[in-house]
Design a protein around this ligand. Structure first.
Ligand SMILES: [Zn+2]
Ligand SMILES: [Zn+2]
Length: 362
């Protein structure tokens, strides 16, 4: 029976903290103060171990308690807009969202796989690029990566760096533990009598091996994603497409690194946000992809279908009765089956899109 509170969300955190505190106690009390070693080695071990432990706990607590970055108020629909949206028929809802979007100053570079603006029905807002709704937190999170059950917080725009540091320090802590207790552990396996064995150090070695392996794998995976400028969601599925064809958030390894960790390399080692941007707007780069690649919204539209849809989009003709480039770019209607049937006649270059646009403007 549920107690009605959120206790179950802290089970993972409780297990993790218990493991780390146990391993600390085993190392400091059960290993450093029990096994004979030179004073220099003893001091070096203790100082290095405590530095790693403090940095790990600092990163961990920061990631756990840092407030989630949510979309700003301008992305939310006003009461009147929401009323209009709710009362509209299903096939008109996307046009209502388009009108809302056109009344705002921000730019959205991505759409759903069907070409719609990305809208969260729970938070009642237009989702900024790379933002997703977290069902556990119950809100939309900027640049959402995943919800971490071990830290009971969302890993996103403000917590990505501290999460990476968490993994880094936890892996380093476990490797250090294993490296310094290795002799005791190997003696345990080689000894036939198993006498004079320091059992806590052996147990600690096992805990560090399991924990270090898991965090090490996650660390490699998330560092790889950081250098590609991808989130776990973007890597595992393809929930949205770019409006501009063949675009990517990947700006090159160094830019991707500084976007998350910041430009000051000293700050890379300390938890705390030092990344770039505002979490809503992300720079993109055009990819050099072979002709005819079907990766963007524009590449899936034919000339004829584009023309027919442009003329049917309400509010398209604004500037002296002509459709504008902004409206052409962003007011594209959903791709229906008729368009998909004409897919062999795709637009295959930006020049072609510009020519097409000029045709509409004349
Ligand atoms: Zn939401
Ligand atoms: Zn969450």
């Amino acid at each position: 029976m549920s107690c009605g509170c959120q206790c179950h969300l802290y089970i993972g955190t409780f297990i993790l903290i218990s493991l780390l505190i146990s391993s600390y106690h085993i190392y400091v009390v059960g290993f450093c103060f029990s096994i004979e070693m030179s004073v220099t080695k003893w001091l070096l071990n203790l100082i290095s171990f405590n530095i790693l432990f403090v940095m790990m706990i600092w990163s961990l607590l920061y990631t756990m308690f840092e407030p989630i970055a949510m979309p700003p108020a301008e992305y939310k629909l006003t009461e009147d807009e929401l009323k209009l949206y709710v009362e509209s028929a299903d096939d008109e809802k996307n046009y209502v969202l388009l009108e809302v979007y056109n009344s705002r100053y921000f730019t959205l570079k991505t759409r759903t796989l069907h070409g719609f603006l990305r809208y969260c029905r729970i938070c009642k807002l237009l989702k900024p690029d790379r933002a997703h709704h977290c069902s556990t937190c119950g809100v939309c999170v900027l640049k959402m990566d995943h919800h971490c059950p071990w830290l009971n917080n969302c890993i996103g725009y403000t917590t990505q760096k501290s999460f990476l540091l968490c993994l880094f320090y936890c892996t380093s802590y476990c490797v250090f533990f294993m490296g310094t207790t290795y002799r005791t552990f190997s003696y345990y396996w080689q000894s036939k009598t198993r006498r004079n064995i320091h059992v806590p150090a052996v147990i600690g070695f096992f805990i560090a091996a399991v924990l270090g392996s898991i965090t090490g794998i996650f660390l490699c995976f998330h560092v790889m994603l950081m250098f590609k400028n991808k989130t776990t969601i973007e890597n595992s599925s393809n929930p949205s497409i770019f409006v501009s064809r063949n675009h990517t958030f990947d700006l090159g390894s160094y830019r991707n690194l500084t976007d998350v960790m910041g430009k000051n390399w000293i700050a890379w080692f300390f938890p705390g946000f030092s990344g770039e941007g505002d979490g809503c707007y992300f720079e993109t780069r055009k990819l050099c992809i072979r002709r005819g690649s079907h990766t963007s919204l524009a590449s899936r539209l034919s000339r004829a279908s584009l023309r027919s849809h442009i003329s049917h989009v309400p509010g398209t003709e604004t500037m002296h009765g002509r459709p504008t480039l902004r409206l052409y770019r962003f007011n594209l209607p959903p791709i229906d089956k008729a368009i998909q049937r004409q897919e062999e006649n795709v637009i295959s270059s930006d020049e072609e899109i510009d020519t097409l646009f000029r045709t509409f403007s004349e």
